[in-house]
Design a protein around this ligand. Structure first.
Ligand code: ATP
Length: 458
């Protein structure tokens, strides 16, 4: 192990009995330990070092026979750093105190005298839990750092570029064509553009061209007068009219039939609409944002989409990358969505397990954010422990890529392993030379090689 980078957590042991202190020191010799004997010295040390784990004897002086000092220390530690994991030690007959400690936030407890195997298991569990919470806290902080754009969450440079472009284009009235796979957030982006535009106090009207039968689509867009056709029992205003002053979002524009494409183009040129069966021309001022997951260029070539309309709509093209090409976004959006969707639940899960986050990060998300949202809804319903597990999300394991979200320790070890192997190869296995290049002593280099299981190649 490298001398300056402990792989194991730092643990503060608060124990007034010197014998038990020594016993813990021996048992936990592999860890980086801090020792305190009473509440005051424990808190001073804790403030200075902020260790992630604390082993706390509840019977501290001056009130050894009761738990008051221990519980007060626990409260203080929790107030200073709420995610610290405090493991309390109690005498055999003090179950009541242990339970009280748990109720005010202790992570776990054990009865003295300590059993080495038991305490080690408790410590490893606590350490895992600490790291997970820390990771989530960091992600949340990232989220609070201005990465949410009116319902659109991202931290991926690929997506931030698109958002930046969208923010700039929002100020003008140019036609925007958003392309991207299904479920990537084209709708969210269109709404965001509207909210950044000067039209944001006017309506945002959306029409999904694929969801409406061809025969009804024209009347949806342009409206109709009473009696215009069988079943037209009253005048209906079209979506274009309804969006007057605001933004009309034409989703799945690639599914618009050719005759209607011609009519839409005419509207874009003249800015007037005529309801079906009507005689009046109504002038309307709308900004059009269109979206599609189809390849309009190929469609144009094959005669399925009008070229002149394409250029009108695509004055500014925005391409939303699929989720698998936005590193970090799946986890970030998952945490955001969990928080958002949790509001509807009485006792929602606290978060995701480390495994679940790793699986979310490594999965390829063919259905993009929509699939992510659906799986989180499933997880919210199925999670019956404090955290959502990979099983709750029904996410398949994905071979080697499963650990895309490694721990800091794994990243460090991997970097060290690579650097050591390279240096040893470079120096032809000369330990003295290699340790000089790496800036560590020879014993440290040997220790590192042993820890990382690196052998000298013959
Ligand atoms: N970056 C994001 N942050 C938060 N939520 C998102 C994000 N992107 C998408 N969503 C959510 O995911 C779901 C799907 O997004 P949306 O409907 O915008 O996708 P789309 O690309 O328009 O899909 P389609 O092509 O099928 O119409 C929505 O519920 C949306 O709120």
């Amino acid at each position: 192990m490298a001398e300056d980078s402990p792989r194991r957590p730092r643990i503060l042991i608060v124990e007034d009995d010197p014998g038990l202190r020594t016993q813990l020191r021996w048992t936990l010799a592999d860890y980086d330990l801090l020792l305190a004997e009473d509440r005051a010295s424990a808190i001073t040390l804790f403030r200075r070092e902020e260790p992630p784990l604390v082993i706390l004897d509840l019977g501290l002086p001056p009130d050894r026979d009761n738990a008051s000092e221990g519980l007060a220390t626990l409260r203080e530690i929790r107030a200073l750093h709420p995610i610290t994991k405090v493991i309390v030690a109690t005498g055999n007959q003090e179950r009541k105190n242990a339970l009280e400690a748990i109720s005010i936030g202790a992570y776990d407890f054990y009865s003295k005298p300590v059993e080495p195997d038991v305490i080690k298991v408790i410590i490893e569990r606590a350490w895992n839990s600490y790291q997970l919470e820390e990771e989530i806290t960091h992600l949340r902080d990232g989220l609070q750092g201005g990465k949410e754009f009116v319902g659109l969450v991202t931290a991926a440079p690929e997506m931030l570029k698109v958002v930046n472009l969208a923010q700039r284009v929002a100020r003008s009235d140019v036609g925007v064509l958003i392309t991207g796979e299904s479920g990537t957030g084209k709708d969210v982006l269109a709404r965001a553009i509207h909210s950044w535009s000067a039209r944001n106090d006017k309506p945002f009207v959306a029409l999904n061209c694929a969801a409406i039968p061809e025969t009804l689509l024209e009347s949806e867009l342009f409206g109709h007068e009473k009696g215009a056709f069988t079943g037209a029992v009253a005048r209906v205003h079209g979506k274009i009219e309804l969006a007057d002053g605001g933004t009309l979002f034409l989703d799945e524009i690639g599914d618009m039939p050719l005759p209607l494409q011609a009519k839409l183009l005419r509207f874009l040129q003249d800015k007037v609409v005529e309801r079906i069966g009507g005689r009046k021309l109504l002038s309307v001022n709308v900004r059009i944002i269109a979206a599609t997951n189809k390849d309009l260029v190929t469609m144009m070539r094959e005669g399925g989409f009008r070229e002149d309309l394409y250029y009108r709509l695509n004055e500014m093209g925005l391409i939303v990358p699929p989720l698998r090409e936005r590193p970090g976004d799946a986890v970030l959006i998952a945490i955001y969505l969990l928080k958002k969707l949790s509001a509807a639940f009485e006792a929602p899960p606290k978060g995701f397990t480390r495994d679940a986050l790793a699986r979310i990060s490594s999965y390829s998300w063919p259905g993009n954010v929509r699939e992510l949202e659906n799986r989180i809804k499933r997880g919210l319903v199925l999670a019956d422990q404090g955290y959502i597990t990979p099983e709750d999300l029904d996410l398949p394991e994905q071979g080697e890529t499963r650990d895309v979200l490694p721990t800091l320790r794994q990243v460090r070890e991997e970097a060290e392993r690579r650097m050591l192997s390279r240096t040893l190869a470079l120096t032809d296995n000369n330990i003295q030379e290699a340790s000089k290049i790496l800036g560590v002593s020879r014993p440290t280099l040997y220790a590192l090689m042993k820890a990382l299981r690196i052998k000298r190649r013959a």
